[in-house]
Design a protein around this ligand. Sequence first.
Ligand SMILES: Cc1cc2nc3c(=O)[nH]c(=O)nc-3n(C[C@H](O)[C@H](O)[C@H](O)COP(=O)(O)OP(=O)(O)OC[C@H]3O[C@@H](n4cnc5c(N)ncnc54)[C@H](O)[C@@H]3O)c2cc1C
Length: 477
Amino acid sequence: MATAVVIGGGASGLASAYYIQKFLPQFTKVIVLEGSNRLGGWVNTTQNPDGSIFEHGPRSLRPVGEQGSNTLQLAEELGLERDILPIFRSDAAAKNRYLYAKGKLCALPNSLMGVVRTIPPFSKPLIRSFALEPLRRRSKTPDETIHSFFSRRLGGEFADIAIDAMCRGIFAGDCRKLSIEACFPPLHEMEKSHGSIVTAALFGSKGAKPAPSGLAKKAAEEKWASWSLARGLQQLTDAMADAVMSRPGVEVRTDSRCIKLEPKENDKMLVQTNSDSITADLVVSAVYSKDLASVLPNAMSDLKEDLSSLPAVSVVTVNLEYKDNVLPVKGFGHLLPSSESGPILGIVYDSCTFPEHNRRGAPDSTRITVMLGGSWFNRLLGRDGELPSGQELVWLATEAAAKHLDIKAHPIRSQAMLQKECIPQYRVGHASWLRGVEEKISSARLPLKLVGSSYRGPAINDCINNARKAVLSLKQS
Ligand SMILES: Cc1cc2nc3c(=O)[nH]c(=O)nc-3n(C[C@H](O)[C@H](O)[C@H](O)COP(=O)(O)OP(=O)(O)OC[C@H]3O[C@@H](n4cnc5c(N)ncnc54)[C@H](O)[C@@H]3O)c2cc1C
């Protein structure tokens, strides 16, 4: 009888437990330890009493690629098919994205005309950058920042505005510090293999990908751009939790923090929680790497030091709901490049992307989420380093909505939430850092697998797919 312990009950931990019970029957006991009183981690949806939904963490998933197909397959296995809310590529919420720069809301090009003409905030047509890209030299370094990669390939202005804002939207991070190799592995690979991302996109071999089946096939045929669920994305982690808890031998414990991990003889580990100790044949760490470092013994100081060196940024989300349709445009939302002063990263137009999540009987109500902080969290802090109160954060967000979107109405509902160290930052050299960490684990013969947003991508699709791969790697060995 073998025991697996999964530390962390977020998307990665729940997916790990799901795949262990699916693929590794030798583990007759699977215990998920979640330190807080709820499952889901950063996946966190509030259902308001009148039916409106506030997402405090992730709000939509992409259906494409191996990772996207895998999550759709999981959704299918969990019986969520009927509750899927797709956004089609032809929808305004998929086509229209905006930048707020130099005091103006600017639509990003979504057609050929848009790249041929000069459109603000850019000073020249974007087609020039793309036409010249195949002529740019390859990098000679194994990794570099996202900003330097795009400056080299598509020009400084494109990197300063579009890429800078995009990285704030995806990673709440600074493209002048983040790694191209770790954050955008396909683009890094395209340059390495073809010398150009444009050439690789146009003429590169698409590789022998397995034909999608089931929901992934439907998503491809119907041209979905992204999707959510009828009760918000927490419905996915709730369904994963229900599925694993319904299996014999699987135990999911909340308010159960791992406080110490210790290697034992015979390649086992002792997992100490706040209430008992478990001898495990396999430990899956599905927590932020710094949290893992904090429970390892001092004798593993090298590994502890490595794991605790990965930085993560904090984000404040402010969800606002207005009575009527107060948005002047239709689209996914807008982002601000870091050259705009202030703590606002961007605003997501939730009621435009998922009107199904508006409150009952009020299809024209508006829900938006204002994102603040990230790598620029100190712009939020007062003179003595204090964070504004919840009320002040709502006021800051409401002011931003008024300034960027000319929304004069007052929100009828609001919720501000601080998400501390929620998005790990993959700095230049992250991939070699990860290799070093995994080598140390392997040479210490620890029965320990690393999954979660600290390592190979922070998107939910990455977290779930990497959990599956980590589990499958044990099946083959
Ligand atoms: C504001 C925001 C917006 C986002 N938007 C998107 C999006 O639109 N699309 C997308 O794909 N992704 C998005 N993400 C990223 C995605 O939500 C996260 O990367 C993902 O949820 C991380 O899941 P995880 O399970 O790896 O980690 P976590 O969610 O951090 O889960 C780890 C869990 O471990 C627990 N824990 C920690 N220490 C211990 C311990 N010692 N013992 C036991 N338990 C412990 C924690 O309480 C937590 O529940 C967003 C993230 C944020 C914060």
